[in-house]
Design a protein around this ligand. Structure first.
Ligand code: TYD
Ligand code: MG
Length: 434
């Protein structure tokens, strides 16, 4: 039996095709033979199951990076022998953070195919108080790199970057990268390997998606180039939750930790301007307040523009649908820009209400009180849905000194001093915001 697998995006098909219907690439689909239980019987293979208690691959010991915000996202530290893909846009700070890590561990091997020993050394010196003991290898050949890691057996090896690794199949293509990862995985010692991968478009790390299943952890560092803040997330983590957020600030001495980020972006808030509202976001155990901005202007195009940064375009279309259909807002001839200030990409349903309210506020040119915090998921009929942990958000808003909350219904288990307005629908929420 055979199946057909796209080399670029890993989609599977029952028949061969010249062009992959999933990713649109030509000539990437190849036949892969699958083994049926009949084949196995013919070969006389015995299937052996392993007792999970005896499996040595289940390692739970974690080593701290001594950077709290980093450990938080890793799930307490890095697991010896694990393979971690560290992705992000060029220039965002990947090399910087890993240069800080090498100062906190016993032994490291920094492999760079991008930069010279001077560049790497200078960065490591700049971000560490003491000069750590680090070995440097300038190479891109995967076999040389694998041998070096086996020979030096460091606690951590950093490969900067996967795009420069060369294998027989080439450099930088998905096929080449996959081959390189397979070779890296054949390394048997307990070295933790950080593989740096540049992302060009969102989700297209010559794509973290298609490499995700090959590694144990996928980290992603993001941020707005115009701000100093950087956010560390994980898309996948075999050893911890993917819901944690690490917050850093890029300074002269590298990425500094921001341990209490709940209001970092609010200082610059444009007060009493229409289209600006404060929303509440929960990431792991922390609550963050962000400014949501919208701009609604008459379009001069046949198809009006919808630009969004920090929020999903698809979710925005859904919300615009609700606003057009349930509120008769004539948005069809308007260009709409939505921006979540600070560069954090928010994928939480609780962001629906602040996004919708910012658009309505911009459309009607009516400012929203800057001391009000709003959050809530919006359903297709304009109803508000409960989101996770409303009391945690409210408690933090109260602590910071906000005056009012507009949110969906929830079961209140304690008293608050702050003025809480629970709404069943978007319409009702807007009444509370008047
Ligand atoms: P870098 O870690 O080289 O990015 P990446 O490896 O993700 O491509 O970071 C690049 C930017 O960070 C660069 O614009 C310079 C800045 N930077 C600082 O502001 N402070 C520092 O201490 C360092 C090392 C870099
Ligand atoms: Mg770099």
């Amino acid at each position: 039996m055979a199946i057909y697998v796209c080399d670029n995006c890993d989609s599977q098909f029952p028949k061969w095709q010249g062009k992959c219907p999933e990713c649109g690439k030509w000539g990437t689909i190849e036949e892969v033979k699958t083994i049926t239980s009949d084949d196995r019987k013919k070969k006389g293979k015995i299937i052996q199951a392993i007792d999970i208690n005896k499996s040595s691959s289940l390692k739970n010991k974690k080593t701290t990076t001594q950077i709290k915000e980093f450990d938080r996202v890793l799930g307490g530290g890095f697991v010896p022998g694990s393979l971690i893909l560290f992705s992000g846009n060029p220039g965002i700070g990947k090399s910087t953070l890993l240069s800080q890590l090498v100062g906190n561990i016993d032994s490291a091997l920094y492999i760079s195919g991008e930069e010279s020993i001077d560049q790497v050394t200078n960065r490591i010196k700049r971000v560490n108080n003491n000069i750590p003991s680090v070995k440097f290898l300038s190479d891109t050949d995967i076999d040389t790199i694998v041998s070096a890691i086996e020979e030096y057996n460091p606690e951590v090896a950093i490969i900067d970057s996967i795009q420069t690794l060369s294998v027989d199949e080439g450099v930088g293509t998905i096929k080449a990268i996959k081959k390189a990862i397979a070779k890296i995985k054949s390394i048997k010692n307990d070295t933790t390997i950080f593989l740096i991968g540049h992302v060009t478009k969102a989700g297209d790390l010559a794509g973290p998606k298609s490499l995700e299943h090959l590694v144990d952890v996928v980290l992603f560092l993001e941020g707005d180039r115009n701000h100093q803040f950087r956010f560390l997330k994980s898309f996948k983590n075999r050893f911890g939750s993917t819901n944690e957020l690490g917050v850093f600030q890029m300074k002269d001495n590298g990425l500094n930790q921001v341990e209490n980020p709940s209001q970092i972006f609010l200082k610059e808030q444009a007060k009493n301007t229409s289209g600006s509202v404060i929303g509440s976001i929960l990431k792991g155990r922390r609550s963050i307040f962000l400014e949501f901005q919208a701009l609604v202007t008459p379009t001069s195009f046949k198809h009006p523009k919808r630009r969004v940064s920090g929020f999903s375009t698809r979710r925005l279309s859904m919300l615009l649908g609700v606003l057009t259909k349930r509120f008769n807002l004539p948005l069809g001839k308007k260009d709409i820009h939505v921006n979540i200030v600070g560069g954090l990409n928010v994928d939480e349903p609780a962001a629906d209400l602040p996004v919708a309210v910012s658009i309505i506020s911009a459309f009607k040119n009516k400012p929203i009180d800057p001391e009000t915090v709003i959050f809530g998921e919006i359903g297709l009929s304009g109803e508000l849905r409960t989101v996770s942990d409303p009391e945690k958000r409210i408690l933090e808003a109260e602590r910071i000194g906000f005056k009012k909350i507009v949110c969906p219904f929830f079961e209140q288990t304690r008293d608050f001093k702050i003025n809480i307005n629970q709404a069943r629908t978007l319409k009702q929420a807007l009444e509370f915001l008047k």
